[in-house]
Design a protein around this ligand. Structure first.
Ligand code: SF4
Length: 467
């Protein structure tokens, strides 16, 4: 444990206990009411560090981290909010509240992208609870004791994990099934331990899930990834928690075994990495030989500012982290509140990308984790006078689709892949009909910027290596 930072006890707040937080009394009654009402639908949990260090209470409700963790009335359509408010605040009828909340949740597409139907592996036709296998090389593992988080994000696509929808939960109590599945699947190189947040577990419990993956029979597993938001919501996990040092030793053990320990750090806003302790956490993680990648979704009201993304990536790179993904907000939960048009998402990504050095341009996006795979919006182009989105699969159910460009009609309102229509008069995208990716029509005029030879020379000359 490092002595620069005093140990802090983790103190969570939920709907039941938020009134005890000192900031609660300063919230106007309408915001308090919204938390009490909407948190019946969306999970609500925050903690003292988030409240004290990450939220600027002079800027509430517009503060990005406030919007990230506190439910708002606009997350529900007005009629739903009114009905639920009446049930919660006036009638206080628990059975009626539960029935109405269930109805709202089911309309919210609780498991997008075929998670319950297409990604669950089976052995002898029995589904393996707590596992997902969508892409050939990566298996997702959901340990049961890691299915909560240090705070909950209001946009989270894993929200059914936290609200007691047991029939929609992924969780595994131990690794026996995982290990025997992996032994029979030599194509798998990566195991992603995810949640919730696996870092909610103490180090001893986490080791019980990780150490069985280090055995010689799983030599084909090269990368052990952990998906976590603790780097932002509770960086003390890596710095001052009682077993923080043991955690770092566990990372070192994985690295010493010859495998890559890859921490997939979830960040949403630059403020999350302005805190000294958050920066220290990054340093300590990468100091073990583990890698730390930065990823997160682009969300309206929270991080639609390219400057915030650029600052986040720049700071991360300085500390040794690797910018990885900017995702498009998924089609689940209160998506109407959080979603941005794909065209705007592309602009924000491009602007942020232009502000950072080549070292931060490892980042990819904006990327939709959709049913057929991860689809990135590469740009907006005009071909034969038709304005189009240029797209590609970064990951796909069918590996043959990866990194083959395809095109969709430009639609300024579209917010997800299924809103897009194929280009060039086609009825379906190639991945919907088992065909091949788009070919630009023969002889088509493609509008693109041409850099004159002279200015290219000038550009080179400024770096002292003119041809
Ligand atoms: S930390 Fe991750 S899993 Fe937890 S609520 Fe946020 S997005 Fe969801």
């Amino acid at each position: 444990m490092t002595s620069e930072f005093a140990p802090q006890k983790f103190k969570p707040f939920t709907r039941q206990s938020i009134r005890q937080a000192r900031q609660w009394q300063s919230l106007p009654p309408d915001l308090q009411e919204a938390v009490q009402v909407v948190s019946h639908v969306m999970p609500f949990r925050t903690n003292e560090y988030v409240m004290d260090q990450l939220i600027d209470w002079n800027n509430v409700p517009d503060d990005p981290i406030y919007r990230l963790v506190f439910p708002h009335r606009d997350m529900l359509p007005i009629d739903e909010y009114r009905t639920l408010r009446d049930l919660v605040m006036v009638k206080q009828d628990d059975a009626a509240i539960a029935a109405y909340v269930h109805q709202i949740r089911m309309r919210m597409n609780p498991h997008p992208a075929g998670q319950m139907t297409h990604n669950v592996p089976r052995v002898n036709d029995t589904p393996l609870r707590g596992l997902q296998h969508k892409y050939n090389e990566t298996v997702l593992f959901f340990p049961s004791s890691g299915q909560t988080c240090h705070a909950y994000c209001t946009f989270c696509f894993r929200w059914p994990q936290f609200v007691g929808m047991d029939d929609m939960k992924f969780d595994a109590k131990e690794t026996t099934e995982l290990v025997s599945y992996l032994k029979n699947h030599k194509e798998v190189t990566d195991v992603l331990i995810t949640g919730g947040d696996p870092m909610i577990m103490n180090t001893r419990s986490l080791a019980e899930f990780i150490e069985p993956l280090l055995g010689p029979e799983l030599a084909h597993i090269q990368n052990i990834r952990i998906g976590t938001k603790s780097v932002a919501y509770w960086p003390q996990r890596f710095v001052t928690d009682r077993d923080a040092d043991d955690l770092l030793r566990l990372f070192e053990k994985v690295v010493a075994s010859g495998k890559n320990m890859a921490i997939m750090g979830h960040y949403n806003h630059a403020v999350e990495l302005r805190q000294e302790i958050a920066q220290k956490a990054v340093k300590r993680i990468v100091g073990t030989g583990a890698t730390l990648r930065m990823q997160g979704p682009l969300i309206r009201h929270i991080n639609e500012d390219p400057h915030s993304w650029a600052e986040l990536w720049r700071t991360g790179v300085r500390l040794g982290a690797i910018p990885y993904y900017m995702f498009v907000e998924r089609d689940t939960g209160p998506r109407e509140y959080f979603q941005l048009p794909l065209a705007r998402a592309h602009e924000i990504f491009q602007q942020a990308y232009q502000m950072v050095s080549g070292l931060a341009r490892t980042v990819r996006g904006p990327s939709m984790s959709a049913f057929p795979g991860k689809v990135a919006i590469d740009g907006v182009v005009t071909i034969n006078g038709e304005k189009l989105f240029a797209l590609q699969f970064l990951q796909a159910r069918n590996p043959d689709w990866v990194r083959k460009p395809f095109f969709a009609k430009y639609d300024p309102e579209a917010t997800w892949l299924d809103h897009l229509k194929p280009a060039f008069g086609k009825e379906k995208f190639f991945f919907e009909e088992g065909g091949t990716p788009d070919q630009v029509p023969h002889g088509a005029a493609v509008e693109r910027k041409v850099i004159p030879i002279a200015s290219r020379r000038e550009a080179c000359a400024t770096h002292g290596n003119a041809a």
